[in-house]
Write a protein that binds this ligand. Structure first.
Ligand SMILES: Cc1cc2nc3c(=O)[nH]c(=O)nc-3n(C[C@H](O)[C@H](O)[C@H](O)COP(=O)(O)O)c2cc1C
Length: 334
């Protein structure tokens, strides 16, 4: 029908034209040495052929200090560039776009070591968190990150974003959801600091705002930068959406291109389809940048309905595309 929006609309994002409104939401890539390997390439080829417009990579480490934590992609030095170049060229040759999701893991994964991690490695690994608070699933006591280390983390993100641009990615997404370091800063559940990085919502979001500023300065005004945040937390007091709205508005004012709305999906996904819809709808009313809703999206009809009744512009799908990387072509009836 004329005038109705569709998940198959082509839309502009900065100088990009997104092929449709669907993102492959990030799914961690297994990579023992941080490099992009043949198996990873094979999966991305299937995804790119399968019709999803834009692929978010799995979370990618920005610091060598986190080498021991989790066997995922890395982009903290130039040795990783050739593999990422192959990946972006492959995806582009199949007509899709690709963004690099970047993370500072922190203490969230302190239980999860590579199976072959030696006792020395385990001993050497340092888990950083806003206040040294033990996270629910932690295997080791984290240490409170210092203000100097916070500045270093921002520089690490800027360096990794520049490498992502050099490698041919169409944009980056800063991972500030799911209990990783930035996510822990945003919520008073983990952030009990009394310096300028803790307390008020402005202080709790300072690390993200400063990092965004460093990344933007490093990649320039035209390179899209997205941010994934938790709109709802589990395991404590319910998150104050007023704070989330204020943080979203502040980051939007700084020039962020889009916010992907998530939360504790492993818990909330039990509840209902599109389980962060109400939060994402309210955030979309508040900001100029794009809102991407992720979690529990399963059918084109469901997404078209949300598209035409809210300000949400894009949708992220993770588990549906794990089950079938060709799903979006099937949506089109091909
Ligand atoms: C196996 C697996 C790995 C994931 N890895 C990541 C990741 O690297 N980064 C991230 O932000 N989210 C990750 N997620 C969460 C998804 O991006 C998404 O937010 C969540 O699965 C809800 O969407 P869905 O209902 O479409 O699966 C992962 C999810 C799964 C199932």
């Amino acid at each position: 029908m004329a005038g109705l929006k569709s998940i198959f609309d082509q839309t502009p994002l900065k100088k990009l034209t997104l092929p449709n409104r669907l993102f492959r939401a990030a799914v961690g890539d297994r990579s023992p040495d941080g490099q992009v390997g043949e198996e990873n390439l094979a999966l991305y080829e299937k995804l790119a052929r399968g019709g999803v417009g834009t692929i978010l990579t799995g979370f990618t480490r920005v610091s060598a200090k986190e080498d021991n934590i989790f066997p995922i992609f890395a982009l903290y030095d130039d040795s990783f560039l050739p593999g990422h170049r192959r990946l972006t060229e492959l995806v582009h040759s199949r007509g899709a776009l690709i963004f690099s999701q970047q993370v500072y893991v922190g203490s969230r994964m302190s239980k999860v070591f590579p199976d072959d991690a030696s006792p020395e490695k385990r001993e050497k690994t340092l888990f950083l968190s806003p206040s040294g608070t033990l996270s629910g699933d932690a295997g080791a006591q984290p240490r409170e990150i210092t203000a100097a280390e916070i500045a270093g983390v921002g520089d690490d993100f800027a360096g990794a974003a520049v490498r992502a641009k050099e490698a041919g990615y169409d944009g980056v997404e800063i991972h500030a959801a799911h209990g990783f370091l930035f996510s822990q800063f945003l919520t008073p559940l983990y952030n009990r600091r009394t310096d300028e990085y803790g307390g008020s919502w402005e202080n709790r979001s300072r690390i993200v705002a400063e990092t965004y500023g460093k990344v933007r300065a490093a990649v320039g005004p035209d390179f899209p930068i997205l941010l994934k945040i938790n709109a709802r937390e589990s395991g404590g007091q319910p998150e104050d959406l007023g704070d989330i709205l204020a943080m979203a508005a502040k980051l939007d004012d700084l020039g962020l291109d889009g916010l992907e709305i998530s939360g504790d999906w492993w818990e909330f996904s039990k509840d209902s389809p599109a389980y962060f819809l109400s939060e994402a709808t309210r955030i979309a009313e508040k900001i100029k940048g794009a809102v991407i809703l992720t979690g529990g999206l399963r059918t084109p009809g469901q997404m078209d309905q949300i598209l035409n009744s809210t300000g949400i512009r894009y949708f992220g799908l993770a588990r549906p595309l794990i089950a079938d990387p060709g799903l979006v072509n099937k949506f089109k009836g091909r």
